[in-house]
Design a binder for this molecule. Structure first.
Ligand code: ASP
Length: 300
């Protein structure tokens, strides 16, 4: 991706998951989305609100594996995961295994701050959503008689969505949303809704949204660990840290992964060990979207 030198100004980065390719429909949709988000970015919308808005738009497109396009678990039921963190207030929340609500990023934002908890899951989130008008009734408990509790190798996900924003105040935020990976057991939770796993934001440390095989990402320590490594290195070594971390996920935990983020100096980065990962970069007067043919990409 042709990221230009970014010093100080606000920017927004998003990804549409490892393995995703830039179809004609996706390119058109993303161009419209970036045109819509640019004035909000430059006129000072807060990082967390803008990251939620971006992921909400990606979820609502139905083009990716999050929100309307989320894939079902092995019993045929769609259970969605999402999470977000505000790097200024340090409020963070992940919600997992939620049925019936495609707008997971907005649900994260609505639930954030309602309790001191950083993770809420399943039926109790649905009950909260019912009480607050997000659902008209609780999703039906369905049992798929053909589902077997047997070990199948998980398949990499494709099309998880995430966003990182650095706003006009220099504040950071990250949001991630997914339907999970292929062949997952009902109830399986990956990295995406886990704070420090699939998302993290702290103005003092940076912000990140991860994608890829959640089991491998979590075993490697997640996005929070990658940010910590980046925070302890010089600008010149960022690419080595990024590719080393993603290589390690692949070599040691057999999973491909990718990310978009901002380091603690507010510099953007994007990297992936898969051959492709649709991702976009937006700042004033500059919109860029790509799925990159291959390789890692750090930005300086
Ligand atoms: N990380 C997601 C998960 O494991 C999947 C993906 O990013 O493609 O649920």
């Amino acid at each position: 991706m042709d990221f230009q030198e970014v010093e100080g100004g606000p920017f927004l980065l998003f990804h549409c998951g490892t393995g995703s390719t830039l179809t004609y429909a996706a390119r058109n949709f993303l161009a419209g989305m970036m045109a819509e988000l640019e004035p909000r970015l430059t006129l000072g919308e807060r990082a967390f609100e803008l990251a939620v808005r971006c992921v909400d738009r990606l979820e609502d497109s139905g083009l990716f594996n999050g929100g309307k396009g989320a894939i079902p678990q092995s019993d045929g039921v769609v259970r969605r995961d999402a999470g977000g963190m505000d790097g200024k207030s340090l409020d963070a929340l992940g919600i997992s295994q939620v049925r019936g609500i495609p707008s997971m990023a907005r649900l994260v934002a609505a639930l954030m701050g309602q309790s001191a908890h950083v993770h809420l899951s399943g039926s109790m989130v649905e009950r909260w959503a019912l009480r607050h008008g997000w659902l008209s009734e609780l999703p039906e408990e369905k049992e798929d008689p053909t589902f077997m509790w047997e070990t199948l190798p998980g398949l990499a996900g494709e099309g998880t969505v995430g966003c990182v924003v650095r706003d006009c105040q220099g504040d950071l935020a990250a949001v991630t949303s997914t339907g999970g990976i292929g062949r997952m057991w009902p109830g399986r939770i990956g990295d995406s809704p886990v704070v420090g796993g699939g998302f993290y934001a702290d103005n003092e440390r940076g912000a990140i949204s991860m994608t890829g095989v959640g089991e491998a990402i979590l075993k490697a320590g997640g996005g929070g660990t990658l940010l910590a490594l980046l925070a302890s290195t010089s600008k010149e070594n960022r690419d080595t840290i990024l590719s080393g971390f993603l290589d390690r996920i692949q070599a040691r935990f057999s999973g491909e992964a990718g990310c978009v983020g901002a380091d603690r100096n507010g510099l953007p980065f994007a990297a992936h060990s898969t051959s492709r990962m649709v991702h976009g970069f937006l700042r004033k007067g500059h919109h860029h979207v790509s799925d990159q043919a291959s390789g890692y990409r750090g930005l300086s």
